[in-house]
Design a protein around this ligand. Structure first.
Ligand SMILES: Nc1ncnc2c1ncn2[C@@H]1O[C@H](COP(=O)(O)OP(=O)(O)OP(=O)(O)O)[C@@H](O)[C@H]1O
Ligand SMILES: [Mg+2]
Length: 320
């Protein structure tokens, strides 16, 4: 597996910006804040890894960007235009086409009763109703070829495929729209270990060939290490640390990041046996005590004033 050294990240162009995003579920007393004041930017051509444990709000952020869940605070901008809340028909059409999602579970996310042809072309037909049967067929076959599948698979049903092939069908369904931005929600978590690298490599290649930008969601830091340019670590609905991928591995600051890093399996059996797993002890903070502090260029940590001092951080900063 190779790191994305060749993809061109344009740090001058912010493709997507999530600003102070909050998402709550439930009513009044049972109100639950799944995403709490989350901010990050994605530059064109980069892969931003969003990492955190189960229930930390990763999928909810992805779904908020896809406009599947309503936001309760903050804003999401795509190419400088706000896309959450009420938006124009024109922008809606553009976003439906340009922003696509790849789902975690290829078993659950494909309609079992539909043929691959229908599954892959459904979104395209919705935005392009004038497409002829011939054009549709060509587009589906090309999308299948692009993800390493045979064009004749179009006439088969999902149950005839392995997990890895099914995930490729899910990727074809996204690619056929010619998207610019893809939310990949744990795209390899449900796959056999032996085929994970193949799917990761496919995603890397597609990014390189098409200049795609990815939000890559994972619960494991070892996965994003190889694919992400930058990483945001999320804990209980809040991003707690954000940095370039290598920088985060070299200089983890937040105790939760350290805990996640300590849990990564080591290839060397001796190291694996002797490794010390750090357990994160959550603290409670008074309202408003947590702010952004800077460790180095592009490396920010959410901390209170005492912690910032202890870790030798600069700040606080209102925006990162
Ligand atoms: N539609 C919903 N209604 C109510 N609560 C929800 C809804 N969707 C998500 N939640 C809750 O919001 C929190 C965040 O969920 P989310 O699915 O975003 O987590 P995640 O980080 O993607 O977890 P995982 O790694 O398990 O996929 C969880 O506590 C979840 O139970
Ligand atoms: Mg999830």
């Amino acid at each position: 597996m190779s790191k994305n050294l060749n993809n061109k990240v344009d740090r001058d162009e912010v493709l997507l910006e999530v600003k102070n995003l909050s998402v709550t579920f439930g009513e009044r007393k049972k109100k639950f804040r799944a995403v709490n004041d989350v901010s990050f930017k994605l530059y064109r051509g980069e892969t931003f890894g969003l990492v955190g444990e189960s229930g930390s709000g990763k999928t909810t952020i992805g779904r908020a960007i896809m406009r599947i869940v309503p936001t309760s605070g903050g804003e999401i901008f795509y190419k400088g235009e706000r896309i959450n809340g009420k938006i124009s028909k024109e922008l809606d059409k553009k976003v439906i086409k340009e922003i696509q999602m790849i789902f975690q579970d290829p078993q659950a996310s494909l309609n079992e009763r539909a043929k691959v042809d229908y599954i892959v072309s459904e979104g395209l037909m919705n935005v392009n109703k004038g497409l002829t049967a011939e054009q549709k067929k060509d587009a589906v076959e090309q999308a299948l070829i692009d993800v390493g599948l045979l064009p004749e698979f179009a006439s088969r049903f999902p149950h005839e495929f392995s997990g890895g092939q099914r995930q490729r069908i899910g990727i074809a369904r996204a690619l056929i729209m010619e998207p610019e931005f893809i939310v990949a929600d744990e795209p390899i978590s449900a796959l056999d270990v032996s085929i994970r690298a193949q799917v990761l490599n496919l995603l890397s290649k597609l990014q390189k060939d098409r200049g795609l930008t990815y939000l890559f969601i994972a619960h494991d830091l070892s996965v994003v290490r190889f694919i992400a340019d930058r990483i945001g670590v999320i804990y209980k609905g809040r991003i707690v640390e954000i940095a370039e991928a290598e920088e985060l591995f070299l200089h983890p600051i937040h105790p939760y990041t350290k805990a996640l890093l300590s849990a990564i399996p080591q290839p060397d059996p001796v190291a694996e046996r002797n490794k010390e797993i750090i357990v994160y002890e959550p603290k409670s903070y008074p309202e408003g005590a947590l702010k952004w502090y800077k460790f180095s260029e592009g490396h920010y940590v959410l901390a209170d004033a005492d912690e910032a001092k202890e870790y030798g951080l600069e700040g606080p900063y209102d925006e990162i």
